[in-house]
Design a protein around this ligand. Structure first.
Ligand code: HAM
Length: 426
């Protein structure tokens, strides 16, 4: 016998029991996004590698070591499984001139791929819901996106998520800060770990969000980027904070929050939980006013976020308020010469009338079929046995709150079904 194959490390099966929670999560998130005026868009899961290199930045963890990239010899193309959605969404907006007639609010959901070291809450295939707003320069839409999240969490039954906020100014402001930051880090190079030393060369701002406490100590004394921001950047940040305060949203300004993708400017934010261990960021985002031009489009401001579905679903599961798996309305048993055909027709008619009906398959005694009906979670068992066949009837047995049993003419079973179902649920 050949040995069984397994799923790829860091890529998860979601089994039927858990799908109920995932679908409920998805329904709540999508309804919320639509209610706030965001419209769905879907982009491919594979793009040209150059898109992510240009958008996310060469000196980022994602581009340096986490992308699933390969050469498609059939077309002679360098391709990559998308590690995130913003780059694709902006590419699509440019390609289809989505903002030619004004700003757009968009949302997407789906799998993303990063070759990270798997651990709880960190996977190589993971799902995101993302929202992106194109063409809005002011802090009002930054605030809108953040408030939308704040309103979504309780709808998902979640509490205890905290908001961290920062501004990283413009590229010019960061360039002026960079010189002083590098000088400071150089002066303390002895305390930097290998990662920080490498970042010092390639992307010094990222040293600020090192998890290493000794590096953090050095970072804490670095010249604050905030001191290098001009009036426009400061006004944007103040505007955002005012709008958040007005909406009653609590936040902490974290000057070390810089995020791991290079396209950001001005606003960056993260929603964080302490309930999931090291992978506590459930949602992250910010502004990326330079990305359209960087990808060859007309300069257009952008701002958005993406939430990690696995992490949010895990929180929902822990909250104990996860919805129960859906039950079929009825499980249809059948036994005896010709019963299968009648049962098939009845199940077909009931489903056409909108009911969820599981038709028994695979034979077996009445007793074993009844056990399966019970295990299916159905509200009702419908029986077409020899007696019923002879009488042109079907037996209806309530399986949950009541154990009542009745017989009804098969011809009238569909029209009376709702009444039985109602009774079974009482
Ligand atoms: P990101 O911070 O890289 O941002 O990812 C957003 C969220 O996706 C994270 O906060 C986390 O919840 C989840 N996530 C990321 N990597 C993993 C992983 N390996 N396993 C499980 N969950 C993960 C972005 O992707 C940006 N595109 C967000 C954005 C949209 N910024 C502006 N617009």
């Amino acid at each position: 016998m050949s040995s069984p194959l397994q799923a790829i490390r860091g890529m998860n099966d979601v089994l039927p029991e858990e799908m109920a929670l995932w679908r409920s999560f998805g329904g709540i998130v999508e309804t919320c996004l639509e209610r706030w005026g965001y419209r769905a868009i879907r982009m491919p899961q594979v793009e040209q590698t150059a898109l992510f290199r240009r958008a996310i930045g060469e000196a980022t963890d994602i581009v340096e070591k986490e992308m699933y990239s390969w050469r498609d010899e059939l077309n002679n193309e360098e391709l990559t499984l998308r590690p995130e959605g913003t780059a694709s969404c902006v590419r699509a907006a440019i390609e289809h001139s989505l903002v030619y007639d004004g700003p757009k609010r968009l949302w997407y959901g789906g799998p993303m791929y990063r070759h990270e070291r798997p651990q709880k809450g960190r996977y190589r295939e993971f799902y995101q819901y993302g929202a992106e707003a194109f063409g809005y320069p002011g802090p009002d839409v930054d605030a809108e996106l953040i408030v939308m999240c704040a309103r979504l969490w309780p709808e998902l039954g979640l509490s205890g998520l905290r908001l961290e906020l920062n501004t990283i100014g413009s590229a010019e402001e960061r360039a002026r800060h960079r010189a002083d930051l590098v000088a400071h880090l150089r002066a303390h190079e002895g305390k930097l770990d290998a990662d920080a030393k490498r970042r010092l060369q390639t992307n010094p701002l990222r040293v600020l969000d090192s998890k290493n406490p000794i590096v953090q100590e050095v970072a804490a004394k670095a010249p604050p980027l905030m001191n290098y921001l001009g009036e426009g950047s400061l006004a944007h940040f103040e505007g955002l904070k005012k709008l958040l305060a007005g909406a009653g949203i609590e936040f902490a300004v974290n000057p070390r929050l810089v995020r791991g993708l290079d396209y950001y400017n001005l606003t960056v934010f993260e929603w964080i939980t302490d309930a999931l261990g090291a992978q506590g960021t459930v949602c992250g985002g910010g502004r990326y006013d330079g990305l359209f031009a960087q990808l060859g489009g007309k300069p257009t401001p952008g701002v958005g976020f993406a939430m990690g579905c696995e992490r949010l679903v895990a929180l929902m599961k822990d909250s104990g308020k996860a919805p129960a798996a859906p039950r079929p309305d009825a499980y249809l048993l059948h036994q005896g010469e010709g019963a299968a055909d009648h049962a098939f027709a009845l199940a077909d008619a009931l489903r056409s009338a909108g009911h969820a009906v599981v038709l028994h398959a695979g034979g077996g005694s009445f007793k074993s079929q009844m056990k399966k009906a019970d295990a299916s979670g159905a509200w009702l068992a419908l029986v077409v046995g020899e007696d019923e066949l002879r009488a042109g009837e079907v037996s209806v047995k309530m399986l949950r709150k009541s154990a009542e049993q009745q017989r009804v003419a098969r011809a009238r079973a569909v029209e009376q079904f709702n009444a039985f179902l109602q009774k079974a649920k009482e």
